[in-house]
Design a protein around this ligand. Sequence first.
Ligand code: MN
Length: 468
Amino acid sequence: MIDGAVFAERRARLAEQVGDGLILLPGNELSPMNYAENYYGFRQDGSFRYYFGLNIPGLVGTIDANTSEATLFGHEPTIDDVIWTGPQPSFRDLAASVGVGQTSPPALLIDYLEAEVDAGRDVRYLPQYRPENRLGFERLLGIPAGKVDERADRELMAAVLAQRLVKSELEIAEIERAVGVSRDMHLLAMRTVRPGLWEREVAGRVRGEALAAGGDVSFPIIFSVHGEVLHNHTWTNQMEEGDLVVHDSGAVTDTGYCSDITRTLPVSGRFDARQRSVYEAVLGAQLAAIEAMKPGVPFRDVHLVAAREIARALTDIGLMKGDPDEAVAAGAHALFMPHGLGHMMGVDVHDGEAIDENLVGYGDGFERSTQFGLSSLRLARPLAPGWVVTVEPGAYFIPELIQRWRSDGTCAAFIDYDELQSWQGFGGIRIEDDVLVTDDAYRVLGPAIPKDPDDVENVMAEAADRRL
Ligand SMILES: [Mn+2]
């Protein structure tokens, strides 16, 4: 539980930043899977959770930016609610628990907004990513659903991001708790993986660990021997001797804070020589990138530190050639790492991106590159104290991409395509941790999760010994 005063203080700061008008912050609704009353697991909107704390569907919050007075719109539980979902605290008490003294039935929201608009006040809101909320705005504000996002309030967007992206001590402690759950999830996977098991058998147990901790996963688990498929959310393969498996997963705690951690495991329990060489390239890149983090350093530079490390190591291995720095300038490393180094993290696992990905990561004179690979970087601008950022370099062998580049002769001066031929089916490797930017440097958050290749092998070997 987070004290109600925390949310009241956040709302007061936002009101002060925005200055005038009425801030309208809808929470999320339950979302049907396949018929009206069969829902996906509920996930609250990040900004609503940040300012109003409650993890309940169907609520709307307003903050008067002139007075910082907040109102929560929602209904008191009826006898039907009690029959179907059990005894509920009163809505008034729930609102009070997050420091809100004023509640109102949802039906009155439309009149309330109309009165504000009639009085000449701005109703300010954030872009909406859920269709039901866009439709709700059409009904409440008379803005066509398709035009809701373009009329979102830029000042409010900037103010919310400025506030949400800088984490307080309390938030850092909550994120570290989420990383602690991640540690359990990853150790469980390391102790379970072996040839013959199916990916889904491990993914299911990993999810169970997140549920047992009182929360859930913060996004659908990536657990695949096809790690080269960057966002692979299927778990349909049987793991075989010699495979690598990429495990990218995170927890969300009961207070709504996320973690996002990736480890890559040898299914046999031991990395072979090639696997270890690429693993060490990725680990070296991750450690060098983390080491480069401090306030004022553009995250784009940190990304390029990782890219150069990978290019250097792959040149040593014989997969790349020429000068590694020139290779990175030409974008050649992106054949192996086509994604960005990381993203912000908080109440959303990609924190703030529901508001605007470019507003989170660009600006301050930074514009998104059009170069393949670098164009996928979500965060480029200079780091600031209190930011929590993932650092997740990888190296992947994507057959279709290699084929395309080879036949186009792309970056042929920097890639040894003949050598690459014998690496078909290698898969992918990614290593990810969650890092706080401190006043003068960085801190890797949470308890350590094995990532040195010897440590990973040792955890797997101990578990294999116990199974005998
Ligand atoms: Mn991530």
